[in-house]
Design a protein around this ligand. Structure first.
Ligand SMILES: Cc1ncc(COP(=O)(O)OP(=O)(O)O)c(N)n1
Ligand code: TZP
Ligand code: MG
Length: 211
């Protein structure tokens, strides 16, 4: 992922369970067709490796057909196995150098940094391609104990070239303030998949808000 001249872009996170993969693939295709999405992160939880691999094999070509990169959450080994574009690592998901060894240099590694500039500098020094700060707002997807101030995005943008992702409770209504504060990407899950008018409408609304 690189900083773009297009401003702040949407980073789409899948639900943590996908019961009907064919149906979800159709929704993803429609959603990505509704507006710019820089990245799709496959974030399945509590499922076996085969389920993640099958989902990645079905969904990654859809992401690529819409010029979105495709990342796997948590698992650098599975990201390497399916030749995904990279991995997103939390603080408990292994270290960046080990992921880099598995993935090679052409791939993206993102790191959760909560509300910590210290963790972000460390991730950058270890070779991460982006850092993620959050949760900026209460999230329906994940309870988190960290609540950064908006200015961490501003300071990060001023002092480094490494892109930053804002995450946590982000909606079409509140994403603009994160973009204005310096986020290069806004990551969203529930506000897209649970949008009352459907996920494609949510992607359109994010695009309008970020334009
Ligand atoms: C873009 C992005 N930022 C943060 C996270 C959270 O990662 P982690 O802390 O490992 O928590 P889980 O998502 O694994 O529950 C993320 N997935 N993506
Ligand atoms: C994975 C994660 N890490 C911090 S908040 C969060 C959940 C993001 O989902 P939502 O956009 O539904 O809050
Ligand atoms: Mg994780």
């Amino acid at each position: 992922m690189s900083e773009t001249t297009e401003g702040c872009l949407l980073y789409l996170i899948t639900p943590d369970r996908i019961d009907d993969l064919d149906d979800f693939a159709t929704k993803l295709d429609e959603s990505l067709g509704a507006g710019d999405v820089a990245c799709v992160q496959l974030r399945l939880k509590g499922v076996d490796d085969d389920t993640i691999v099958r989902a990645a094999e079905k969904l990654m070509p859809i992401a690529h057909s819409h010029d979105a990169i495709f990342l796997i959450n948590d698992r650098a080994d599975l990201a390497a196995k399916v030749d995904a574009d990279g991995v997103h690592l939390g603080q408990q998901d292994g270290d960046v150098p080990s992921a880099r060894t598995l993935l090679g240099h052409g791939k993206d590694i993102g790191v959760t940094c909560h509300d910590s500039m210290h963790l972000a500098y460390k991730a950058g020094e270890e070779g991460a391609n982006y850092v993620a700060f959050g949760a900026f707002f209460p999230s329906d997807t994940k309870d988190t104990e960290y609540r950064p101030e908006l200015d961490i995005l501003t300071v990060w943008d001023e002092v480094t070239e490494l892109p930053c992702v804002a995450i946590g409770g982000i909606t079409p209504e509140n994403c603009r303030e994160l973009a204005d504060a310096g986020a290069h990407f806004v990551a969203a899950c529930s506000s897209v998949w649970n949008h009352p008018d459907g996920p494609a409408a949510a992607v359109r609304a994010f695009n309008e808000a970020l334009a």
